[in-house]
Design a binder for this molecule. Structure first.
Ligand code: ADP
Length: 337
């Protein structure tokens, strides 16, 4: 509400400035014209009294009148030019201020959403772990019940760990994340991660293909792990069950190309530009019903760029998305740690 009032007030001041300046310009323009007419009338009377001119036609041909008219025209152009310059600068200024303001508002909204979702994401696993522990304390349970509850608590602990890791990674990104480079067998790494995810999501159909000619790359192992996990968990999260996910790795010259394709809800053209922003979550119903913080893709993009790579998103056929990553096999001007 306070923001709206401020906005209205600033718009009012801007409109007032524009109108006032427009009014002053018109006034100056007409006054200049009046002054010119008065001056030329006076000059004509003086010249007629001295017998230099007999009528207006003769007067308008004199050097004195031409000089007066030239000076009037110059002033007229000056007034018009200044008015135009002022109005254009004002309009550009207003546009820039408004754009900055809108961006700031969107960022604030995204931060608020983030705080809301993070509170929920932190609270819900903590509550369920607490519930499990309280049940252990209060009741004598059978072995299979203990196993089941411990399984739930472990799952929730893992959720918390992932969330904290994401938060720490995002904080690291703010302070110029520097990948710790080592020789990484990406195919082997992804195969291992896919195996783990197959256990975690037994109903998801994961397939991983590669052309077998992929050399090790110089990369940050933790970073590549985070990219893979984030993209694959998103593919599961944003697909109707049973999810079908294809991962491909190939070498193209000095680049390693990775593709993560799903057949999920997909991302609209408009959202494609935004989903890599920090805290951004799409506004669709499908997304709102899922858990998340809007940090995953931001982290992925930062890690890819820290490896001098690129990430793009395309539509999959007949539906879903493909996230495409290109990483150089060896980064330019980078020392191996
Ligand atoms: P989170 O998943 O925590 O919301 P992300 O940064 O990982 O945050 O993703 C940002 C948004 O991008 C998500 O809210 C979702 O709407 C959209 N998104 C990400 N991956 C996919 C995908 N594979 N399919 C459809 N939408 C996706």
């Amino acid at each position: 509400m306070e923001n709206l009032k401020l906005r209205l007030l600033s718009n009012f001041v801007i409109v007032f400035l524009l109108l006032a300046f427009g009014w002053w310009s018109i006034l100056l323009y007409t006054k200049n014209k009046d002054a010119f007419i008065a001056k030329s009338n006076y000059l004509q009377i003086v010249m007629a009294a001295k017998g230099k001119v007999a009528n207006s036609a003769e007067f308008e041909k004199t050097v004195e009148f031409q000089e007066l008219e030239d000076s009037y025209k110059r002033q007229e152009w000056m007034i018009l030019g200044e008015a135009l310059f002022f109005i254009i600068s004002l309009v550009i200024g207003i546009y820039i201020i408004n754009r900055g303001y809108n961006r700031e508002m969107i960022a604030a909204q995204e931060r608020r959403n983030f705080l809301l979702s993070i509170t929920h994401e932190l609270k819900s696993p903590i509550s369920s772990i607490r519930l499990v522990l309280e049940t252990f304390l209060k009741r004598d349970l059978e072995k299979n019940q203990i196993n089941q509850l411990s399984g739930t608590a472990l799952e929730e602990t893992e959720r918390l760990t992932t969330l904290v890791e994401d938060l720490l990674l995002a904080a690291k990104m703010e302070n110029h994340y520097q990948p710790v480079l080592e020789s990484v067998d990406v195919v082997y790494l992804i195969e291992g991660l896919v195996e783990k995810l197959r256990t975690k999501f037994p109903n998801v159909d994961f397939s991983f293909t590669h052309n077998g000619l992929i050399p090790n790359i110089m990369a940050d192992k933790t970073g590549i792990t985070s990219i893979t996990i984030n993209l694959l968990e998103n593919a599961v999260k944003y697909s109707p069950a049973p999810a079908v996910i294809d991962i491909q790795a190939s070498r193209n010259g000095q680049l390693l190309e990775l593709e993560f394709a799903d057949q999920g809800f997909g991302v609209t053209e408009k959202e494609k530009k935004k989903i890599f922003r920090k805290f951004y979550r799409t506004g669709s119903e499908d997304t709102r019903s899922t858990k998340g913080t809007g940090l995953g893709l931001y982290i992925v993009k930062e890690i890819v760029e820290a490896h001098q790579g690129t990430i793009t998103i395309e539509d999959n056929q007949p539906r879903g998305s493909i996230f495409k990553i290109k990483l150089p096999l060896v980064m330019k001007n980078k020392q191996i740690s």
